[in-house]
Design a protein around this ligand. Structure first.
Ligand SMILES: Nc1nc2c(ncn2[C@@H]2O[C@H](COP(=O)(O)OP(=O)(O)OP(=O)(O)O)[C@@H](O)[C@H]2O)c(=O)[nH]1
Length: 282
């Protein structure tokens, strides 16, 4: 698998994140609930050192609830705060805010003990491209974007978004790229739309998705495309989906590209059902 890799960009992104980290008390690391480990940046932990963090599993509405619960337990077992959300669900947003307040509280208690007047706890959002960073910032801002004034050591135009009286968010997120440690990570990220489709062959990505579904979601595969999920020959499955969905060329032959397009669209829009492409065991 050849994935373009830009060490220069990575180093710059890391430096930017490190700079912003100095301004905040804790970090909200956004991952995709459909591939929570693959969408993490392994470098973040080094960069964070001892700064508290919470993991927010985004797009839970597209993921498999059962797997999401298992992922939450997985993170909790590692003593990492984790919460799964759909940004369009108000109750979910409240849970994130509550957890943020709890993480911030610790810092405020320390200030209070030192006799320093407590101030709102500050956080920043970090995540890979397309995970939902801007959307979450906007939802948490709830149009209450407030400039809290210049502070020593803070870039003049830095904006703090007031989420709650005692909880502020940096208005720009930190972007860290995922690391393609093995090709499965690349396929998962391509399938959920994190990395550009051109980086991997779309047909290979779809073959990966179908294979995964054969193993983990055979019923959904059969229901959507009327294929026998235990068919071993991938070519046969593509042909069968193409015929069933009319993805044909002018001569009546199945157009594999069209089949790939429609399967990937079905996956990303949730029409294939709620699917998680990675389990804690994998
Ligand atoms: N279904 C669903 N979609 C979401 C959720 N959160 C974000 N999205 C969608 O994910 C897509 C990417 O969201 P953005 O907020 O642009 O992601 P970003 O991380 O800021 O992306 P970059 O600017 O590329 O770094 C958008 O189409 C959002 O509508 C969610 O909880 N559920």
């Amino acid at each position: 698998m050849t994935i373009q890799w830009f060490p220069g960009h990575m180093a710059k992104a890391r430096r930017e994140v490190e700079e912003k980290l100095k301004l905040v008390d804790f970090v909200m690391e956004l991952v995709d609930a459909r591939a929570p480990l693959s969408s993490q940046n392994p470098m973040l932990q080094q960069v964070l050192q001892n700064k508290p963090k919470m993991i927010v599993l985004m797009k839970r509405d597209l993921a498999d609830n059962r797997e999401t619960d298992r992922w939450i337990s997985y993170f909790k077992e590692q003593n990492v705060h984790a919460v799964a959300i759909n940004v369009n669900d108000k109750a979910d947003l409240k849970r994130v805010i509550q957890l943020g307040k709890e993480l911030g509280q610790e810092k405020m208690d320390k200030l209070r003990k030192k006799g320093i007047q407590p101030r709102p706890a500050r956080a920043m959002i970090i995540g890979i491209p397309n995970v939902g960073k801007s959307t979450l910032i906007n939802r948490l801002a709830n149009k209450k974007i407030a400039k809290t004034g210049d502070k020593p050591g803070v870039t003049k135009h830095q904006l703090w978004i007031k989420v709650k009286k005692d909880f502020e968010l940096l208005d720009t997120p930190g972007i860290l790229w995922p690391k393609f440690e093995d090709e499965m990570v690349g396929y998962r990220l391509a399938a959920i739309g994190t990395i550009k489709d051109q980086l991997l062959s779309l047909q290979d990505i779809v073959a990966f998705v179908i294979k995964y579904m054969q193993e983990h979601y055979p019923v959904q595969l059969e229901e959507r495309y009327a294929v026998e999920s235990d068919t071993e020959d991938m070519w046969e499955i593509f042909v069968s989906i193409g015929k069933q969905r009319g993805a044909l060329e002018s001569g009546g032959n199945v157009n594999f590209e069209k089949v790939s397009d429609l399967v990937i669209r079905d996956l990303r829009t949730g029409k294939l059902g709620n699917i998680t492409l990675e389990t804690p065991e994998s």
